[in-house]
Design a binder for this molecule. Structure first.
Ligand SMILES: *[C@@H]1O[C@H](CO)[C@@H](O)[C@H](O)[C@H]1NC(C)=O
Length: 189
């Protein structure tokens, strides 16, 4: 028992000097400081995009605001899906679904392609998000966290994925929905 404990301590101590720099731990305090970074957000003239742009401005980034047609997202989503090895079946389940599945696939393909170049690619998957003054009490009831998402909730997720805290995360799909995805039964889905 004593010998085992000793070995464990030795490995912790040697890890301290060989495997990491304590400065990397301390840098986490500043991980949301985006000073000197350029952030381009498509479709950022309203709703979630607007929330993302606002938060990144507050975090010090130079923000580029652009709009983009939803049609384009769907077209790219479809094209990527056709390129996917498994040829995932398209639902006839809302136009939103194939676009989203396409984006998930695009994320994985780009993560594979660009990882070796040091570029990370991730997706944030928002749940029901309140983008105007009238909320949806129905959504509040079936969401495990008992409220609708706000643009700021989504912006925080994006800031995390873009930050150095996510430096080893690529090809991920971060679901920010208050747990709604686990209660789709309540929607009859
Ligand atoms: C953010 O980083 C910049 C330098 O990159 C520094 O000048 C600034 O004070 C930092 N802001 C905060 C709030 O720490």
């Amino acid at each position: 028992m004593k010998i085992l404990l000793f070995i464990a301590l030795v490995s912790i101590v040697s890890a301290q000097f060989n495997d990491f720099d304590i400065k990397d731990y301390k840098d986490v305090i500043n991980s949301r400081n985006f000073t000197g970074k350029v952030i381009l957000v498509t479709g950022s003239n309203s709703g979630i995009g607007e929330g993302i742009v606002k938060l990144f401005s507050i975090l010090g980034a130079n923000v580029v605001v652009t709009g983009r047609k939803a049609d384009d997202v769907q077209r790219v989503g479809k094209e990527v899906q056709e390129l996917s090895p498994k040829k995932l079946k398209l639902s006839q389940e809302l136009a939103y679904a194939p676009a989203k599945a396409g984006l998930d696939m695009l994320t994985r393909v780009l993560a594979l392609e660009l990882g070796p170049k040091g570029i990370r690619v991730n997706t944030l998957n928002p749940g029901a998000t309140q983008v105007d003054k009238t909320g949806d009490p129905g959504v509040d009831k079936i969401t495990p966290l008992r409220r609708e998402g706000q643009p700021l909730d989504m912006a925080k997720g994006v800031a995390f994925l873009a930050s150095s805290d996510a430096s080893f995360i690529t090809g991920a799909n971060l679901v920010v929905d208050g747990g709604l995805v686990y209660n789709m039964g309540a929607l009859g889905m």
